[in-house]
Ligand binder design. Structure first.
Ligand code: CFM
Length: 553
């Protein structure tokens, strides 16, 4: 057969009308009854009531052993996600070498070179490289040596120690070692009991990281740095340069960024972040604990923002202006939006004839599966199905459900710090009356409405999806693009469906802010309109004794 005849383009199938109930039944059909019952509570057909209420989804529960999920471990959430992006803390992984190596920069968290003091340890990977001997006789001695060696070589301001699974199993006391070395070296040394097996996913590691940074660093430096409209940006990790684009916009608007948790950050930023006047939360899942604790102890309120999507970026900048309520800021924000939007609109208009009506599925961590729906929407694309790996019910259904979330043995395992208002430094940045006025105008404090209220009725929301379910979904719906991570990438592409990594962004980014939106439109246009996957030849196409079809066929 001649090329071309056999490589026919995808039929334009109209599969938007796949009945979601039937799809759900198909996803569950092959599971044993007990597994099917558990998964049925994590696969929900969305339905938004007029008051924004959505169905209950089971989440933050253990993955069924044997199901191939997308999740990472507690250590990954603590060291890799929250503390990893900070350039001037020496992060030592106490454990076998693989844990340190595989959590080293694979998420493409970028940083400025240094803070002028030459301290940038991002290019390094520090590990105690535990061997059989330490597993048997204990690893504390080796950890002390590692801290000493790191100190002697680099003279850092701070060293953090991260526990991996074997550390908890053999009972090394990393906190005692850190206290001893802190006293000896005179710098800040602190440890995290973030053993991989703690909790059910990396989400537990976020909480442990939040607690540790709050206990050991936040509030150490009361210097109020100069600047107007002093804010912290929480839950933005500078993947592919996202934080650089957001910082560019803050600078243009005259908004002072005191601290970023933790993309492009330094330890000094954390130490005086309690002096800011407002906390902005990007990724609610990974950092809401710091925001809550800072509000209780120091009186800094928080609002939810989203810089993924041009309209969302404009809205978030307007929220900041609304909070500070200064005419000068309101005007400059409007001017910046007016300056930035024409290029965004032109880029969007250019791709839209080719992207309109295309269908996406997004399965990512605990926040991006929500945020990126904005960008797809701007391109006229529809989200058929989305879910988090490790989000909690509040990330799906909104914080309104917080009082109803059952605490189970796994969540009880993670320490909740008891925080009290600081006797000297608690200073509510905004009065209750003023808060009420702003809330009446639509600015919500301490609120995240979650992903599901913003999704269409009939879309499928799937928590902690398995590889098997992913395959079935693709066969059923044949989406135009699938968004997930590196573990899913190649199996999805073997179905003939393009996969965009929304963790590391493949090699792209930034996708945040106005410039990021333009990058994303172009990238997705390229991906959903490329026919490269349709030129694949599989063995069954040459050998008729094997048979199968690509999902796009
Ligand atoms: Fe928050 Fe993140 Fe995410 Fe996350 Fe992550 Fe990530 Fe993520 Mo990968 S902190 S929850 S633990 S936005 S590393 S930068 S992309 S799974 S959706």
């Amino acid at each position: 057969m001649a090329m071309g005849a056999e490589n026919k383009p995808a039929k334009s199938v109209n599969l938007d009308r796949v009945d979601p109930e039937k799809a759900k039944a198909r996803l569950l059909a092959k599971y044993p009854p007990k597994v099917a019952r558990k998964r049925a509570k994590q696969i929900v057909i969305n339905e938004v009531a007029s008051d924004g209420e959505v169905p209950v989804i089971s989440s933050n529960v253990r993955t069924v052993p044997g199901l191939m999920g997308q999740r990472g471990c507690c250590y990954a959430g603590c060291k890799g996600v929250v503390l990893g992006p900070t350039r001037d803390i020496i992060n030592i992984t106490h454990g076998p070498i693989g844990c340190g190596y595989y959590s080293w920069l694979t998420r493409r968290n970028q940083t400025d070179a240094d803070s002028g003091d030459g301290q940038n340890f991002m290019p390094y990977c520090f590990s105690t490289d535990m061997q059989d001997e330490e597993i048997i006789f204990g690893g504390e001695k080796k950890l002390k040596q590692a801290i000493q060696e790191a100190y002697d070589n680099f003279k850092p301001k701070a060293i953090a120690v991260f526990s991996t699974c074997p550390v908890g199993l053999i009972g090394d006391d990393v906190h005692a070692v850190c206290r001893e070395m802190k006293a000896k070296l005179g710098i800040n040394v602190f440890g995290f009991s973030c053993e991989g097996y703690k909790g059910v996913s990396q989400s537990a590691g976020h909480h442990i990281a939040n607690n540790g940074i709050f206990k050991h660093v936040v509030g150490l430096d009361d210097t109020v740095k100069e600047g107007n409209y002093r804010i912290n940006l929480l839950g933005e990790y500078n993947i592919g340069g996202d934080a650089f684009e957001i910082e560019r916009l803050f600078e243009k608007c005259g908004i002072t960024l005191v601290a970023s948790y933790s993309g492009n950050s330094s330890i000094e930023q954390f130490a005086n972040s309690h002096t800011a006047d407002l906390n902005l939360i990007m990724c609610h899942r990974s950092i809401n604990y710091v925001a809550e604790m800072m509000e209780t102890k120091f009186g800094v309120p928080w609002i939810k923002v989203n810089f993924i999507g041009a309209a969302a970026t404009a809205k978030s900048l307007r929220k900041i202006a609304q909070y500070f309520d200064e005419q000068e800021l309101i005007e400059v924000v409007e001017r910046v939006i007016a300056e930035e939007m024409p290029a965004v609109e032109a880029a969007c208009a250019a791709v839209r004839p080719r992207t309109e009506g295309k269908r996406a599925m997004l399965f990512v961590g605990g926040s991006r599966a929500h945020h990126y729906q904005e960008l797809f929407g701007e391109m006229g694309m529809k989200t058929l199905s989305a879910g988090y790996e490790f989000g909690h019910r509040d990330d799906y259904e909104g914080r309104r459900v917080l009082p109803n979330i059952k605490v189970d043995a796994d969540s009880r395992n993670i320490e909740e710090l008891e925080i009290e208002p600081d006797p000297d430094r608690f200073n509510p940045r905004i009065s209750d009356e003023r808060k009420a006025v702003l809330e009446a105008k639509g600015l919500k404090f301490g609120e995240y409405e979650g992903m599901m209220p913003e999704m269409e009725d009939g879309t499928m929301v799937i928590d902690d999806p398995s590889q098997y379910e992913t395959d079935e979904l693709i066969k059923l719906f044949k989406p135009d693009i699938f968004c997930a991570g590196i573990k899913e990438k190649y199996t999805v592409q073997k179905h003939g469906i393009p996969l965009k990594q929304l963790h590391s962004y493949d090699y792209g980014g930034p996708y945040a802010g106005f410039k990021g939106a333009i990058n994303f439109y172009k990238e997705i246009d390229r991906m959903v309109n490329s026919r490269v996957w349709q030129y694949m030849r599989a063995p069954w196409q040459e050998h008729p004794e094997l048979s199968a079809t690509y999902a796009w066929e």
